[in-house]
Design a protein around this ligand. Structure first.
Ligand code: DGY
Length: 329
């Protein structure tokens, strides 16, 4: 029997390629830095039964209609806003993601950004390297205290909870807002539910952990930024378009909020003319929330396991459209 063909959009880490090669014929886009160009991807998916994608690879109606043999799209990420899940479901294509394995790593980065923005770590680094440090000064690079302040978590899923848990070590009061209340998290972590507007007004630090959906696009815009404290810090490790970036730039310039720590952007990679690049009160990282050696290997392996499971007729560990497997589309 011929082995199913899988196209992989980037060289994967850990044992992922070995897992795929055990039962499949695997073709891999070789460049670790840039995704396959659209025409290459459209060509490759013609024969593929499995596709392993990253957040940079757009799986839309056009691609799905070119991919007549496709049975599974295994995204190497917890977020899957790069995939038109509805279109995949209509065509009976299973979509999978990689939750859990990146929770703690991403929460660590949210905290790195929070602390860096609050205590001006990146600015201090630039200042020191530029040879501008003349003397110890009482007013040199003053920042905001973190210990004992109030954290607002927007979206209390896995990563939101992991961020909240870390806040307990900083003696913080933690507020959250979420589609529904989580009584068990309120009991276990002592977090308190608020409407988004109230959370924004009360929190000293606001960390975003919602998926990108039509409902969360520009969830944080002018009106919301206006509600925040002038001393507040906004952290985004979720998806760029959850924040209206033009509004954020204005908020940072005009002092509506004090600083921001951003790992994700409305356009990625961040364009060289982005106004964010000229602001000192923002710390920027290039969408690396899950980027630790161990976590990226585990994400790669989990995506491979998901892909192989579907192609060998088993239930994958992480389907995002289980209705395809359950026969109810
Ligand atoms: C995710 O998993 O959704 C990240 O943004 C990509 O690492």
């Amino acid at each position: 029997m011929s082995r199913p063909r899988v196209y992989v959009c980037r060289p994967l880490l850990g044992r992922a390629l070995d897992i795929l090669r055990e039962g499949c014929e695997v073709r891999v886009w070789p460049d670790p830095e840039v995704p396959p160009p659209r025409d290459v991807l459209l060509q490759e998916v013609r024969e593929a039964e499995g596709l392993v994608t990253l957040v940079t690879d757009r799986v839309d109606e056009t691609l799905l209609s070119a991919a007549r043999r496709l049975r599974v799209v295994a995204n190497v990420a917890v977020g899957y806003d790069n995939v038109d899940v509805e279109a995949a479901t209509r065509r009976g294509v299973v979509v999978t993601n990689t939750p859990d394995v990146l929770t703690e790593t991403t929460a660590d980065l949210a905290w790195a950004l929070l602390l860096a923005a609050a205590r001006r770590v990146a600015e201090g680094d630039r200042f020191t390297r530029a040879g501008r440090w003349q003397s110890w000064g009482l007013e040199l690079l003053l920042g905001q205290d973190v210990y004992g302040r109030t954290l607002g978590v927007v979206g209390l899923g896995r990563i939101g909870r992991a961020v909240a848990r870390r806040a307990l070590g900083f003696g913080m009061r933690v507020l959250y807002t979420s589609q529904s209340r989580h009584p068990e998290a309120e009991r276990e972590l002592g977090v308190q539910w608020r409407q988004l507007d109230d959370l924004l007004a009360e929190a000293d630090f606001v960390s975003l952990h919602t998926p990108l959906t039509p409902q969360t696009r520009h969830l944080i815009g002018r009106e919301q930024l206006r509600r925040m404290k002038p001393t507040a810090v906004l952290v985004n490790t979720a998806r760029g378009p959850v924040v209206d970036e033009d509004a954020l730039v204005q908020a940072l310039r005009e002092g509506w909020i004090w600083a921001a720590g951003l790992d994700v952007f409305e356009r990625e990679p961040l364009p060289p003319d982005s106004p964010l690049l000229s602001l000192d009160n923002v710390v920027l990282t290039p969408h690396v929330g899950s980027a630790s050696f161990a976590t990226r290997a585990r994400m790669s392996e989990l995506a491979a396991e998901n892909c192989v499971a579907v192609l060998s007729g088993r239930r994958p560990p992480n389907p995002v459209n289980p209705q395809v497997l359950d026969g109810a589309r």
